[in-house]
Design a binder for this molecule. Structure first.
Ligand SMILES: Nc1ncnc2c1ncn2[C@@H]1O[C@H](COP(=O)(O)OP(=O)(O)O)[C@@H](O)[C@H]1O
Ligand SMILES: [Mg+2]
Length: 189
């Protein structure tokens, strides 16, 4: 099974996943390589950092150049088993990740795998470290927007997600999400 996204080629094997960051033709060759290698190292580092603070992520087995070899997490993505309880758990895990100032950058149901009752985050390709309330608020907002796009009962799911987040996360961040949602509404008018 091979996924080909805009940034990476992901091979799902039986026990491991091999993610290779693909080159951008419009970039100068040397610069392109430097960017890809650096981004790959950062992605692997943040996957491990999240694991260390108790957020379930795949074990990194190897990093070389533009390629990460990691443990394959067996199970459906959250996209295929979405419900209120799962959303609450996703909120809790994300709050734990944020308490270490890790911003995932692309929190969507497709980037979350459910395995043995645990919530695994994958795809840290856009992740970075930031302690700001705004960065954390945007991280939550991205997930809520993806719920809106995928499910009719997104509002219920959103509320469970935010309730879960509040169990470990700060109220300030949840208040900021509401502010971001209002900003969005004004822009559209
Ligand atoms: N460690 C893993 N174990 C199992 N499936 C994975 C793993 N990593 C990625 N996947 C699957 O591959 C898909 C694409 O990988 P991802 O890292 O999200 O690449 P992209 O940056 O192209 O979106 C994910 O949505 C997920 O379904
Ligand atoms: Mg992805």
């Amino acid at each position: 099974m091979i996924y080909l996204g805009g940034e990476a080629e992901v091979r799902i094997l039986d026990e491991v996943v091999i993610k290779r960051r693909i080159s951008k033709r419009y970039r100068i060759k040397e610069l392109d390589e430097e960017i890809r290698f650096k981004r790959t190292r950062t992605e692997a580092k943040i996957i491990s950092a999240a694991r260390k603070v108790g957020v379930a992520t795949p074990i990194i087995l190897d990093v070389e150049g533009d390629t990460i070899v990691m443990e394959r997490i067996k199970g459906p993505t959250a996209k295929d088993c979405m419900n209120k309880d799962l959303c609450r758990e996703i909120g809790k895990s994300l709050a734990k990740m944020h308490s270490a100032n890790i911003i995932h950058g692309d929190v969507t149901p497709a980037n979350i795998i459910v395995s043995k009752g645990k919530i695994y985050f994958v795809d840290f390709g856009l992740a970075y470290f930031d302690s700001d309330v705004e960065a954390k608020g945007v991280d939550l907002h991205v997930f809520i927007e993806s719920l809106k796009a995928l499910y009719d009962d997104w509002e219920e799911l959103r509320n469970s997600f935010l309730d879960g987040y509040l169990e470990f996360g700060s109220r300030e961040v949840v208040e900021r999400v509401k502010e971001i949602e209002l900003r969005g509404r004004y822009v559209r008018r």
